[in-house]
Design a protein around this ligand. Structure first.
Ligand SMILES: C[S@@+](CC[C@H](N)C(=O)[O-])C[C@H]1O[C@@H](n2cnc3c(N)ncnc32)[C@H](O)[C@@H]1O
Length: 224
């Protein structure tokens, strides 16, 4: 019996799925249970999907999900690091979600066709480093913040434009965001408190960086 995956997509993954080009071909890197490609194929948003994972266990789980969803024939699975074994032909969107920013940079650095596709990136850590890398590599992007309970997730939708640019400390730490968005404002408020606390701790320890973090907290305050 075919079953719908839709209910299994968390708000975070649903937000990533919503960014995928309609009628496109998605490549989900670090797919784990393949919930994202399964949903995109079942809903008809994608005609074909590629899914990779560096570990055999998750890839087996991916195969099970795609089989149970009745869409295995439309999918290709690769056991590899990032996009190493993937041929770019036809792929419109690459999703890399639920991984550290440094792993995402590593995967993209090793992909010679990264400039040809729409990138949907959902880093869990080192987000400023990822933003810096994208800016230096000539990518332009927009960001959204998704909240699940007390957790915030940042999703970047990036394309290569060829324009290399520098980022302000605010753009590096909070991102290129829509400050009118409710979830962005909640996220920025939470970050502002963290930066303010950090500035106080550094000041007490007599560290010079205290001023940078205090300035960042102030810059966020002015945006809110
Ligand atoms: C936390 S899960 C995220 C799963 C899914 N993408 C999501 O966002 O819910 C991370 C997955 O990425 C895989 N992974 C980690 N590093 C990888 C790499 N360099 N290339 C491919 N897959 C990787 C792990 O094996 C794991 O299945």
């Amino acid at each position: 019996m075919k079953w719908r995956i839709r209910t299994m997509l968390t708000k975070r993954l649903a937000a990533c799925a919503a960014q995928v080009t309609p009628a496109g071909v998605v490549c989900d890197v670090g797919t784990d249970h393949a919930y994202l490609p399964a949903e995109l194929l079942q809903s008809g948003r994608c005609t074909r999907a590629v899914a990779t994972d560096i570990h055999a266990g998750p890839l087996e789980a991916a195969r099970r999900t795609l089989t149970e969803a009745g869409v295995l024939e439309q999918a290709e699975l690769f056991l590899c690091d990032g996009l190493e074994q993937v041929q770019p032909a036809g792929i419109t969107d690459v999703v890399i979600a639920g991984m550290g920013g440094e792993t995402i940079v590593h995967i993209l650095e090793n992909c010679p066709w990264r400039r040809q596709v729409h990138l949907i990136l959902q880093p869990m850590t080192k987000i400023p480093d990822l933003r810096l890398w994208l800016a230096q590599q000539g990518f332009g992007w927009s960001e959204q913040v998704v909240q699940e309970g007390k957790k915030f997730y940042v999703i970047l939708s990036a394309r290569h434009t060829g324009t290399v640019r520098t980022l302000s400390p605010l753009e590096q730490e909070i991102g290129c965001v829509d400050w009118q968005s409710e979830s962005v404002r909640r996220y920025a408020g939470w970050k502002q408190q963290r930066f303010q606390k950090l500035a106080q701790q550094l000041e007490q320890a007599g560290r010079a960086e205290a001023a940078d973090w205090a300035a960042l907290a102030q810059a966020i305050q002015e945006k809110l």
